[in-house]
Design a protein around this ligand. Structure first.
Ligand code: PMP
Length: 355
């Protein structure tokens, strides 16, 4: 491999190899997937497509999914863009709204894909240092030359930034695009989508991967002023404009339509989260106040790297980051009650051995 290609490959490897395994014996709490299956309506909608529809091209404008999303979040169809997972939507957004030569701002502790995309598209970036308690200092995002991107809730910290702070960032960046990545917003209080009508420079990116349990279908979307949506369509390409494949379109539309199932699984995951956090705290962990489907926790007496490896040996995968400042934290996805109980039992044993 010549130098150019080996550099390109090295630039783009955010996940550790071997941690995306599909072995059912493994308790997989490392990539924030939903532990429950998608709505039963998704299966029906996909089965219907399989009955003779696959020979047909999908709608190039994905009208029915865009309408359904627009209705769900309270905007109009021309304020919705669809992509192959929100990672693709984010990549298009970097290409459409951020420019080489103009530094963008994102938090020093955040989603690992941002620096990957910035390097890939040659966009310089400045890291905004998170506070000691991992909250984000809104004022340090003001006046960015190139634009702003931040997740809310942030990953991997799970912390939520109030809408008033997001609004202050929008007001103080009137000439650049501010992207709020809301991959985990359905587990939190309020979405920034309600600010879209007032701020033409706001792009909110969401996904069906977490709260709607469709990580395998790859459906992400962006919500913003029609001008921003048009810019994304221009990047995507002239034929597929808004669309994704037929199965993904049908499955995601069905998932949005089943509001009752969505509410039920979100409530269940939030209940499990509260109970899990409480027990972790009783065991001596410090846990950040999570508004996501994962928690970020550290234990004063035990190195997170040891716990991570010991859990892995027991067939339980959680996420550990070798990044200065968070090297002693574990990020743990919220699974089913049974999965969390199994993890808690293992942690209890491991902590007993050390004392
Ligand atoms: N943003 C954040 C903050 C994430 O954690 C993830 C998932 N790891 C994504 C975006 C991408 O999700 P997807 O491509 O599955 O929509």
């Amino acid at each position: 491999m010549n130098k150019f290609w080996s550099e390109m490959v090295n630039r783009t490897e955010p996940y550790l190899p071997g941690e995306q395994l599909n072995d059912p014996a493994i308790i997989k709490l490392n990539t924030n997937e939903n532990p429950y299956p998608p709505s039963p309506l998704v299966k029906e909608a996909i089965a219907e497509q399989l009955e003779g529809q696959l020979r047909l091209y999908p709608s190039p404008t994905a009208d029915s999914l865009r309408e359904t999303i627009a209705e769900t979040v309270g905007v109009s169809k021309d304020e919705v863009f669809i992509g192959n997972g929100s990672d693709e939507v984010l990549a298009f957004s970097f290409m459409a709204f951020f420019h080489p030569g103009k530094p963008i701002h994102f938090p020093s502790i955040t989603y690992s894909f941002y620096p990957v995309y910035a390097k890939l598209f040659n966009i310089p970036y400045e890291l905004v240092r998170v506070n000691e308690d991992f909250t984000l200092p809104a004022e340090l995002f003001f006046g960015s030359e190139g634009g702003v991107i931040l997740p809310n809730p942030n990953a991997p910290t799970s912390l939520y930034m109030e809408l008033s702070s997001i609004e202050s960032i929008l007001i103080n960046n009137p000439d650049t695009v501010v992207i709020i990545d809301e991959a985990y917003i359905d587990f939190a209080t309020v979405s920034a989508v309600e600010l879209v009508k007032s701020y033409e420079n706001l792009l909110v990116v969401q996904t069906t991967s977490k709260s709607r349990s469709l990580a395998g279908l790859r459906v992400g979307y962006a919500i913003g002023h029609p001008g921003l949506i048009k810019a994304l369509v221009r990047i995507k390409d002239s034929f597929n404009s808004y669309t994704i494949d037929r199965l993904a379109l049908a499955g995601a539309t069905a998932a949005f339509k089943d509001r009752a199932y969505f509410d039920k699984t979100i409530m269940k995951i939030k209940e499990t989260r509260s109970r899990f956090i409480e027990t972790l705290q009783e065991m001596g962990f410090h846990v950040l106040p999570s508004q996501a489907n994962f928690v970020f926790a550290t234990h004063a007496d035990r190195a997170a790297s040891d716990l991570y490896l010991q859990l892995k040996e027991e067939g339980i995968l959680v996420r550990h980051f070798n990044q200065p400042g968070i090297e002693n934290y574990l990020r743990i996805s919220i699974g089913t009650d049974e999965q969390m109980d199994c993890l808690l039992r293992k942690l209890e044993q491991l902590l007993m051995v050390s004392t």
